[in-house]
Ligand binder design. Sequence first.
Ligand code: HEC
Ligand code: HEC
Ligand code: HEC
Ligand code: HEC
Length: 113
Amino acid sequence: MKKSLVLAMVLAGFAATSFAAEPAFLADRHVARGASCESCHGVKAPAPGAKVSSTACMNCHGSLDKVAERTKAKVPNPHYNHLIGTDCQECHKGHAQSVNLCGSCHNLDWKVP
Ligand code: HEC
Ligand code: HEC
Ligand code: HEC
Ligand code: HEC
């Protein structure tokens, strides 16, 4: 077998493994770490149209200041800027691809987890 083909298969294997280990959406990654639906939603069985308050996120993540401290290496800081107070879920979607809100006005090519 050609070396390049073996390498391609190995890489494909890695890609599949890391995908399985790291679910695509934020809520799934939290559930995989043991978080309950209730920890974000406040209820055991969230209904369609359910939203999550930033307070629920802060219960585990501390405060906006603490989160901003974690991302201070990024300039500008996504958690400390003129949009302070924006709901977490405006950027961090629970069950869908997250949104690069800052990039909608600025040339900031950010990947939002
Ligand atoms: C990390 C926090 C988090 C966890 C854990 C979480 N969710 Fe959500 N969920 C959200 C957010 C944020 C929204 C708002 C919509 C969005 O951003 O996708 C939402 C929305 C929803 C909605 C409304 C979706 C719609 O389009 O109407 C349902 C239903 C839901 N979640 C069910 C669940 C269930 C069931 C679980 C547990 C298996 C769960 N969620 C766990 C954050 C979470
Ligand atoms: C039950 C506790 C809990 C709640 C509630 C919670 N988180 Fe988390 N979150 C964690 C833990 C634990 C981690 C992994 C360790 C870390 O990075 O802090 C994490 C990691 C993250 C990460 C980085 C890693 C990843 O999977 O992307 C983001 C972004 C995040 N949380 C955002 C949120 C947002 C936004 C909300 C509210 C919608 C929320 N979290 C609610 C516990 C929680
Ligand atoms: C304007 C969009 C935006 C809002 C609003 C926002 N975030 Fe973030 N968040 C980001 C971006 C962008 C990153 C990725 C930073 C990076 O790449 O280092 C991030 C990363 C994170 C991380 C992971 C930090 C790490 O160590 O890698 C956590 C946890 C987090 N956010 C929690 C929150 C919580 C909780 C809220 C609400 C209080 C919130 N975020 C509001 C854009 C946002
Ligand atoms: C709705 C459009 C819009 C969004 C979304 C937006 N900005 Fe801005 N931002 C502006 C405007 C308008 C200015 C002022 C431009 C100027 O005077 O040059 C600005 C100015 C700034 C500046 C210059 C310094 C300051 O504070 O005035 C920074 C840094 C900045 N934005 C970062 C961000 C970040 C980070 C995000 C995401 C959290 C974001 N912006 C989201 C429109 C936006």
